[in-house]
Design a protein around this ligand. Sequence first.
Ligand code: IPM
Ligand code: MN
Length: 359
Amino acid sequence: MNLKIAALSGDGIGPEVVLQAKKALSAIAVVFDHEFVFEDALIGAIAIEKTGNPLPEQTLNLCLNTDAVLFGTVGDISQDSAIDIKSSPIQGLLKLRQALGLYANVRPIKPYNDLLDLSPIKRKIIQGTDFVIFREISGGSYFSEKKINEQGTIASDLCEYTENEIIRITHLAFKAAQKRKNKVTLVDKASILETSRLWRKVVKEISASYPEVTVEFLLVDYAAMQVIMNPNQFDVILTENLFGDILSDEASVITGAIGLLPSASIGNSTALFEPIHGIFSEAKKKNIANPIASILSAAMLLEHFGLHLESEKVYEAVQKAIELNVVTADLNPYSKFGTNEVGDFIANYIASKDDLYFK
Ligand code: IPM
Ligand code: MN
């Protein structure tokens, strides 16, 4: 298969981790006889620095004319609250999600057996956890009207959802549940929010077309508690933008490190693949950032194109790295391996013919 992949590594540790994902994909291309062509482009704070725009025209055009986007991280903590929200680095990502019509951000949560003790949550609680968050990313308070009065003393973020926005992601969530454990949990705050009541109504209606899928409704405060008290009850969690953002970072505690979690953003055209973690500026250029979330995002990219064996191979390589302790310090404080070494191990494992690598 020929794939043109836009690589938008962005800020902070983005460039380092995306580089490792590229290495893994290049190894896959060689072993499975594909052609993956990467094209780099600017986004985020680095794009502002070089062009004045967090999402330069050139980057947008590239993304609109490519098969997939491999995304790093964007942001600049020194600027988070200091500058106008509309021109902040993360607008690069938000505008790109909008321009590509991306509406579902898929975030799988499944701890590795070898890392169960890394989580502050008891082993017996997290063992066997395997759920996926379907987070709506095109609407809600992220994209609805924002206001601040002239004095800067009253601010508001509208949270708006249309029925259609809810319908399309709900179908994706139910279809995913059919291939998994046949359960969808809608997380909302229907006791207080009109948008949540609309979500419930739509999800209830749609659930009738998926009789084999059990549907459950949880208020977000209670759900936040359940995610870490009894994560085994979940299969597919469906939720709106902000709740999904919060719940997915919380759920990363189950896996022991946020640097392990990938995501796929799916929509009308080009899909985008990115780790769920942020820029982690403190680690920038220190060769200590965990590249696994980015590498697994590349695995999700492969899966998206139906390249199941290829995707499996990447998961297997990551599993091997964890098993053999070829991991960064967030997973093992005594580790002597850095971002590059972990990336090299994974790429080499993929490239090695019959698992001879460590014999
Ligand atoms: C994420 C990030 C983004 C979000 C930011 C960078 C806009 O936190 O992908 O989870 O809130 O969606
Ligand atoms: Mn987030």
